[in-house]
Design a protein around this ligand. Structure first.
Ligand code: DGJ
Length: 601
């Protein structure tokens, strides 16, 4: 019944979309014959996004939710993003925008978005705002919203319905899937041989808000069923590798491999969260699979991570791919390539760690875009081989300007532009945006350097000879091991008064030879210590400042003297196995240096 209904609907949708403006034509080539579609590939230690046959580092940004429905705003935004050294823009395509009337698809908006991106030499990731956006079903078409009987809602304790489509409804999923498949069919045809669209985000920050689980009748029936065998088998086969909190929960309930949800996971709100995670995963897996059958682009989800004030699932979207349930998602949604975190919290490193799992490669689709965002980008890409970085609200100046405590950079703080409101389409925002020298902001400056380094970064993400650091007031220094040296990285300090330190600093370290490193940094100082040789001290054989031009290192200056002297107290430095010299990066960067080291005793 379900299958034949789906087939019938698909035929209807195909027929209608052939009639609709911007619709796919009958000449579309089969997906398999298209030249090398964007895909994920394991290269050495990293899983990378391959675009046009080559690894692609996403220097990205996500526009505010509805900006992509406003093509005149986009016209001014695209070139600005290009000047900010982005190579990829994450833009929303909402169900309501492409199927305002049931079965009548209009993809002219998508065509215009692709044209705008191409004109500015940018790629896009499309965010499918279908059934859910930040848990709520606000971007579904009005004909879905208004027909609660056909498209049932989540019910929370007490029986009240909330404005969230229930993931337990086949009708909800089938209607959303029809629209998503029509979009993918359109992208296949409109983007054939171009690869402007490089990835898809399925829904946005899903999960139930207001309760720990859906309590509608079908949900209650499902909750009384045994835990599905596929999930049980995954837990059993991956027991050692499970996310520790999930493993603990399962084991403390007896590590059973069959039984009801409460038998297997105990009776707590976390069990509700696991149950919801499974059902959201199955719904979105079916949609992703159907989309891939038409146009197999990589698909990911994004997560509204638990906030410090949240006490229980439902305060944050229950069932979304949180670390606790990430294994449930990996088991329940094999057609989804990875589950990504949206990290606005200050504990960026901690959250990356939680999402960086062996079967879950990293990408950060939403985060901060100010000076901390620049540091985040370096850290994610260097330390966790992230596919890239993408701050949210990239069209809003207010999200990009450094806060006063973040930067000592004259260029960045001297802007006279007022803080722009979030709606980048308003005239005052456009004027403010035009007044800012966007290239002088921290994130574009960081992207300009990452852009130069991208081939080297991608090569060394695969070899594992890369790392990154992000320092601030909570952590002013760190020691990292890379190759045969320990790298001592600290926020930049005043040479005469070391207690005066920069508020934030970050760096990326790439080992290109036994004694050679490229370091890109901002507001940091760096020394080296030979690893595994208790007597040796690392000296600077040669330090060059420079840039990569067309992938070729082009030194501009040979650094020595004041450029590298960190500490004249040589006796104290020698005690610490230091020469007193090291790399210094001021706040006008990030900048790139190449260092060759030697050892003395
Ligand atoms: C996270 C959501 O995923 C975005 O769409 C947006 O609503 C931001 N929060 C706002 O900060």
């Amino acid at each position: 019944m379900r299958n034949s209904a789906a087939r019938w609907s698909l035929t209807l949708c195909l027929t209608l979309s052939l009639l609709a403006p911007g619709a796919a034509t009958a000449q579309e080539p089969p997906a398999q014959t298209q030249p090398s579609l964007p895909h994920l590939a394991k290269r050495g230690r990293a899983t990378q996004l391959i675009v046009d046959g080559k690894p692609w580092l996403i220097l990205g940004g996500e526009t505010n939710n509805t900006v992509s429905s406003d093509l005149s705003a986009m016209e001014t935004i695209w070139p600005r993003l290009k000047r900010m050294h982005l190579n990829t823009v994450l833009v929303a395509v909402a169900w309501d925008w492409v199927e305002p009337e049931e079965g009548k698809f209009d993809f002219r908006l998508v065509d215009e978005l692709l044209a705008g991106a191409r004109k500015n030499d940018l790629r896009v990731v499309l965010l499918w705002f279908g059934s859910w956006k930040n848990s709520v079903s606000s971007f579904v078409p009005a004909w879905v919203k208004a027909d609660q009987k056909r498209f049932p809602r989540v019910r929370i304790k007490g029986g009240r319905a909330v404005e969230i489509l229930s993931p337990f409804s086949d009708a909800n999923r089938e209607a959303d899937q029809r629209a998503y498949v029509a979009l993918m069919r359109h992208v296949r045809q409109a983007d054939a041989g171009r690869n402007t669209v490089i990835m898809m985000q399925m829904q946005n920050e899903v999960g139930v808000l207001g309760d720990s689980r859906d309590r509608s009748e079908p949900a209650e029936v499902a909750f009384r069923q045994p835990v599905p065998q596929e999930l049980m088998a995954y837990l059993r086969d991956n027991r050692e590798r499970l996310y520790p909190d999930l493993r603990r929960l399962w084991e403390s309930a007896g590590a059973k491999i069959e039984g009801s949800w409460t038998d297997v996971f105990g009776d707590s709100p976390s069990t509700d969260e696991i149950f919801m995670a499974w059902h959201y995963a199955r719904y979105m897996d079916a949609m992703s699979k159907a989309g891939k059958d038409v146009h197999p682009l990589p698909v990911f989800t994004n997560t509204w991570i638990v906030q410090p004030e949240d006490e229980r699932p439902g305060d944050y979207p229950s069932g979304g791919p949180e670390p606790l349930v990430i294994d449930v998602w990996r088991a329940g949604a094999p057609a989804i390539d990875f589950n990504a975190p949206d990290i606005y919290l200050p504990e960026f490193a901690l959250w990356l760690e939680r999402f960086d799992r062996p079967n879950n490669p990293l990408f950060v689709p939403e985060a901060r875009g100010d000076a901390t965002g620049a540091a985040n980008a370096f850290y994610a890409i260097g330390r966790h081989a992230s596919m890239g970085y993408s701050p949210f609200g990239i069209d809003s100046m207010s999200r990009l300007l450094p806060r006063p405590e973040q930067s000592t950079t004259p260029a960045a703080v001297a802007t006279t532009a007022p803080l722009a409101p979030t709606l980048s389409s308003s005239p005052s925002a456009a004027a403010a945006a035009a007044a800012v020298d966007v290239e002088s902001l921290p994130l574009p400056r960081a992207y300009a350097v990452l852009e130069q380094l991208a081939p080297l970064i991608l090569e060394h993400q695969a070899s594992g000879r890369i790392t990154g650091a992000s320092l601030g007031r909570d952590k002013t220094q760190e020691q990292l091991r890379l190759g045969d040296y320990l790298i001592n990285v600290s926020v930049r300090r005043n040479r005469l008064n070391p207690s005066q330190a920069a508020p934030l600093g970050y760096g990326l370290f790439i080992q290109t030879g036994p004694d050679e490193y490229f370091v890109a940094g901002n507001d940091i100082q760096v020394t080296f210590t030979p690893a595994g040789d208790e007597q040796a001290i690392a000296g600077l054989a040669r330090v060059e400042a420079g840039t990569f031009k067309d992938g070729k290192w082009t030194p501009s200056r040979i650094l020595s003297g004041d450029d590298v002297l960190l500490d004249y107290k040589l006796a104290g430095a020698a005690e610490k196995r230091q020469s007193g010299s090291g790399l210094r990066f001021d706040s006008s960067g990030p900048r790139i240096q190449r260092v060759t080291l030697y050892k003395y005793r």
